[in-house]
Design a protein around this ligand. Structure first.
Ligand SMILES: NC(=O)c1ccc[n+]([C@@H]2O[C@H](COP(=O)([O-])OP(=O)(O)OC[C@H]3O[C@@H](n4cnc5c(N)ncnc54)[C@H](O)[C@@H]3O)[C@@H](O)[C@H]2O)c1
Ligand SMILES: O=C(O)[C@H](O)COP(=O)(O)O
Length: 526
């Protein structure tokens, strides 16, 4: 049975799902050294934002197949290191959207009405109504930086509170922004005009310290800024200085450059700042959502099925995946087959996607073909996650062509591998919804379903050759399940594709190529 380590606090609903297929160990608060020591035992790791999954941890996780982040941000996971090792990293892109958006909205209102400090003052026994006079958000301008899932929900709710909305997101169209009721503007204008600024962007090299002394200086002296996105988007030293000097009106932070927040100037400020300990996703509802979403994906991957929200597999959204699954199987089989026919080191893989495969959505087919091609060299170490990287590292040049015209089949895939031992090609298609057929080998038309053990010969089309090969195989006790010859002209060159029941015995290939008329023979295991 597989073993899953849960190292951050996860809702029981997720543990229940994992327990259907694995032994689940919940070990919270592990120190990095403790995690390093035990990670080698586990097939899957399920985390939130507290566990740091470094390259060292990933390398020690020799059995790891999947890292599941019960939440959105994977900045605590070394995703490139996981990708290199072929470990799938999954998250829950939408499970806590509403929770995070509502936390940002709560911050905006709490900051406007000094709720945390007023509450603390009453609890201390005071009845001070003068120190906590607030501001209304009605008719004020909210600047939303990042108009994705969370930013859009914040904007939609803020609109109903009568706020005017400005947004900055270079990857969102004006139409989309207008649908949400936002005016897309440049960042500088947003900084200058907003009464409230709320950040809903990922932390990237471009967004790190996006809010700094220079940008803070552009804001209104009454501006209030909310960060429920990621620590490090705001330069905390510059923010503390700006608040102290009264250069902006207030700030509410749920996330910090370093978590847990250690010694910080921010703690010494008064009611102009609200600090929460990364609570954006901490609602009962969100925790159930993300735990189920991620546990289901871990379960699926442990059962050999694809994950629906893998962050390190290109282009595999759930709909695309469902549609492409049979074709991915085709691509992988053809890749494996052409790799074995080519033998040696493959230097160039030409991939032609024909008919309904010639769409932009078919990128995963390239990955699947490479996975198949590299299987002989890497076995279980190659997967959909690392196939691209492994191919690149081996210097395999992939040339892709697309032709949308439909010929005999709705979609065909043609792979041609050129390597140190020559060039070979295979073409395949699906019959009905998912039955794989080889339709061409080395330019010779055939029509056979691939089988586990196959023998291909290149020979001269002449009387008696099939019988001789059959007798030879019989003398080695090899049972032929099916056989087909593909030829372009009568008595010219031809290809024979045989499905056999068992692997070919050692030494038989040498005997086969001694049969007069047979030029070459290839044995393949799929
Ligand atoms: N505090 C929490 O507990 C909590 C919970 C959930 C999510 N988050 C964080 O909230 C943030 C937003 O999450 P989401 O689910 O809305 O993500 P999302 O991917 O749906 O939206 C992010 C948006 O940011 C935009 N963007 C990217 N780079 C930008 C840039 N340089 N300038 C402006 N816009 C840019 C993108 O186009 C996208 O529209 C993430 O950082 C996520 O990790 C925090
Ligand atoms: O990226 C996220 O989903 C949030 O930051 C939530 O993090 P958490 O799961 O540790 O609360």
């Amino acid at each position: 049975m597989s073993k899953v380590l849960v190292s951050d606090s996860i809702d029981q609903a997720g543990i229940d799902i994992l327990s259907q297929v694995a032994t689940v160990d919940v070990k919270l608060g592990l120190k990095p050294a403790q995690l390093l020591e035990i990670i080698g035992e586990y097939d899957a790791l399920m985390i939130r934002s507290s566990t740091r999954v470094t390259q060292e941890i990933i390398e020690a996780g020799t059995q790891l197949k999947i890292i599941g982040r019960a939440g959105v941000g994977v900045d605590n996971v070394d995703v490139p290191a996981a990708t290199r090792r072929g470990i799938v990293v999954v998250n829950s892109p939408e499970g806590n959207t509403i929770a995070a958006a509502e936390h940002a909205l709560a911050m905006i209102l709490a900051l406007s009405r000094h709720i945390p400090d007023a509450n603390a003052s009453v609890k201390r026994g005071a009845w001070d109504r003068n120190s906590f006079v607030g501001a209304e958000v009605y008719k004020k301008t909210l600047g939303v930086v990042g108009l994705g899932k969370i930013g859009s929900h914040v904007a939609a709710v803020a609109k109903t509170m009568g706020m005017k909305l400005l947004a900055y997101d270079p990857f969102i169209s004006t139409d989309r922004a207008e649908q949400i009721g936002c005016q897309l503007v440049e960042l500088d204008l947003l900084f200058q005009q907003a009464d409230y600024i709320t950040l809903h962007i990922p932390k990237t090299p471009e967004t790190t310290h996006l809010i700094n002394a220079t940008t803070l200086a552009k804001m209104k002296p009454t501006a209030r800024i909310v960060n429920c996105a990621r620590g490090g988007i705001i330069d905390e030293v510059a923010l503390a200085a700006a608040l102290k000097a009264g250069k902006i009106g207030g700030a509410a932070l749920d996330v910090f450059e370093s978590e847990p927040l250690g010694e910080s100037e921010l703690r010494s400020l008064g009611k102009e700042i609200i600090l929460t300990p990364h609570l954006g996703a901490s609602t009962a509802e969100a925790q159930v959502n993300v735990a189920i979403d991620v546990a289901e994906q871990i379960r699926d991957v442990l059962l050999g099925l694809p994950a629906r929200s893998a962050v390190n597999i290109p282009g595999l959204g759930p709909d695309v995946l469902e549609e492409l699954k049979p074709y991915m199987q085709l691509a992988e089989t053809l890749g494996n087959l052409v790799g074995q026919l080519a033998g040696g080191r493959v230097e160039v893989l030409n991939i032609r996607l024909q008919g309904e495969l010639a769409t932009n959505k078919s990128q995963p087919l390239i990955v699947a073909a490479l996975k198949g091609l590299l299987y002989q060299a890497l076995r279980e170490r190659v997967n959909y996650v690392n196939a691209n990287i492994e191919a690149k590292e081996r210097g395999i040049r992939v040339i892709e062509t697309r032709d949308a015209s439909i010929r005999d089949y709705a979609g065909t895939l043609h792979l041609e591998a050129t390597g140190t031992l020559g060039t070979h090609s295979v073409t395949g298609a699906l019959l009905g919804e998912r039955e794989i057929h080889l339709t061409d080998v080395d330019g010779f038309p055939i029509n056979v379903p691939p089988s586990k053990y196959m023998l291909f010969t290149l020979h001269r089309d002449m009387p008696g050759i099939i019988g001789k090969l059959g007798s030879l195989l019989g003398s080695f006790n090899v049972n032929i399940a099916s056989m087909q010859v593909g030829r372009k002209i009568v008595r010219g060159d031809a290809v024979m594709a045989l499905s056999i029941d068992d692997p070919l015995p050692e030494g038989i290939l040498d005997e086969i190529i001694k049969v007069p008329g047979i030029r070459d023979a290839y044995t393949v295991t799929l």
